[in-house]
Design a binder for this molecule. Structure first.
Ligand SMILES: Cc1cc2nc3c(=O)[nH]c(=O)nc-3n(C[C@H](O)[C@H](O)[C@H](O)COP(=O)(O)OP(=O)(O)OC[C@H]3O[C@@H](n4cnc5c(N)ncnc54)[C@H](O)[C@@H]3O)c2cc1C
Length: 417
């Protein structure tokens, strides 16, 4: 089959890889000059099955109220006159019930574990290099109550197959000695030895090269204007320059922009942008920087060592499609990094700053599969875990297109009609 994949982020590139592996003729379209230059560009770098607890959980509504209007808060709602934002917010609140949270953790973990295993295999098979570190992920806590709340979550994840083990404060420091001087002392943590980290942009760019070697064509600098249909099936996609591309199947992997593109077709996906920030700190050879990837759960930040750089990323702001940098939120990242690693000397001017829009569903469970319009598939809504779930999502999408059974139960991820 001839297949057009819309979007060359982590999800589009992973989809293209598996579609090409299945023998299809694949064309990938993206408005940027290369792969993974939007949300997949400078994320937290974690392959973190252990981060499967969605933002929508029983503890969140109270926290959001507490943080409302605070510019530096980990989760910030900027209320707008936008019906899509309000509808998304109401669905988010519904996902906060204990029953929904449990079901969502189960679905996220199933895909994340499958994806992590496939990533390890793909990396070995293709010899992919992207500053990967296989040293596990340590969630650490500086607040006793947050730590105690994390323990049942970790137990639930173990029940679903993720080996997220509780650790005392002393054990945390022996896993990552760079935490020893934190100005906010570590009270405990959990450690997941099989989780890992790496540079998502480098990964996507390298996999895109392998795709090209396999015959995939990339059309960069090509903005998609509309999906056209005749009756109940897609007939073509139209680019901004008027050119039309036709195929036997179309895969929409446009991240946060997927819902905007599909709305005129009457397809309503619950995907809304959740803006996040990252800073990338260049490290001196003797820097007192962590080598294990870390999650600072209370501050909603992650730290990943990417070669001679430290990436610090996180926080969420529901503010529509705006990607401008907010000084207060960047300052909060810098402040917390210095608080946790006081020995890490760096000048603010040397730090790279970035913001991206996570394609978030209210449950953090992505939408993968066919839509009610013939030939049209979606692969989006991966929210906080798009890098963790990318490879498994690419495989699952390719299985849908091929009409063959998947290793995973595909039902939790099917887009709602
Ligand atoms: C601060 C931050 C930290 C994160 N940390 C992690 C982490 O540690 N681990 C993890 O697993 N995940 C993390 N994530 C989430 C992860 O980065 C995302 O889920 C993932 O990048 C989404 O990939 P995507 O391919 O769906 O979207 P994108 O990367 O945004 O790709 C969509 C593509 O579509 C293209 N496009 C859009 N509209 C058009 C159009 N009209 N025409 C043509 N092209 C178009 C864009 O150019 C883009 O390349 C983080 C995200 C953020 C913001």
């Amino acid at each position: 089959m001839r297949i057009v994949v819309l979007g060359a982020g982590l999800i589009g590139v992973a989809s293209a890889w598996f579609l090409a592996e299945d023998g299809h003729e694949v064309v990938v379209v993206d408005r940027q000059p290369g792969p993974a230059l939007e949300t997949s560009f400078a994320n937290g770098g974690q392959i973190s099955t252990s981060h499967a607890e969605p933002w929508a959980n029983p503890a969140t509504p109270l926290k959001i109220l507490k943080w409302l209007g605070r510019e530096d808060s980990p989760l910030l709602w900027r209320l707008r006159a936008d019906p899509a934002q309000w509808a998304w917010g109401l669905r988010f609140l519904r996902e906060c019930s204990p029953v929904r949270t449990r079901a969502n953790i189960r679905a996220i973990l199933a895909l994340a574990l499958d994806s992590r295993a496939r990533l390890k295999t793909l990396r070995q098979e293709l010899g992919l290099e992207y500053d990967c570190r296989e040293r596990g992920i340590l969630h650490f806590y500086t607040d006793q109550m947050e730590f105690e709340r994390a323990l049942p979550q970790a137990a639930l994840m173990r029940e679903f197959g993720c080996e997220r083990m509780p650790k005392s404060a002393a054990e945390c420091l022996s896993i990552e000695p760079a935490l020893a001087h934190a100005a906010a002392p570590i009270v405990g943590g959990t450690y997941t030895a099989d989780d890992e980290s790496g540079d998502a942009h480098r990964f996507a760019a390298t996999l895109a090269e392998r795709c090209v070697a396999r015959g995939v064509r990339f059309r960069f600098d090509a903005t998609l204007a509309a999906v056209e249909h005749a009756g109940n099936a897609v007939s073509a996609v139209r680019l901004a320059n008027g050119e039309k591309l036709q195929a036997d199947a179309y895969v929409v992997a446009l991240g946060s922009y997927t819902s905007l593109l599909l709305r005129p077709l009457g397809i309503s996906l619950p995907v809304y942008p959740a803006k996040g920030y990252s800073i990338t700190i260049p490290l001196a050879p003797d820097a007192a920087a962590p080598t294990v990837s870390l999650t600072d759960d209370g501050a909603k930040l992650v730290y990943s060592r990417l070669g001679a750089r430290l990436r610090v990323a996180g926080t969420a702001e529901f503010a529509g499609y705006d990607t401008q940098l907010n000084d207060a939120r960047i300052a909060a990242l810098l402040y917390r990094t210095r608080q946790i690693f006081p020995g890490l000397a760096f000048a603010d001017g040397a730090v790279e700053r970035w913001a991206g829009l996570r394609p978030a569903t209210p449950s953090n469970v992505p939408c993968i599969g066919p839509t009610r319009l013939g030939k049209l598939y979606v692969n989006t809504g991966h929210g906080t875990l798009g890098w963790t779930m990318a490879v498994g999502s690419g495989r699952l999408l390719a299985d849908h297109v091929a009409g063959k059974a998947s290793a995973l139960d595909p039902s939790p991820y099917l887009p709602q009609p």
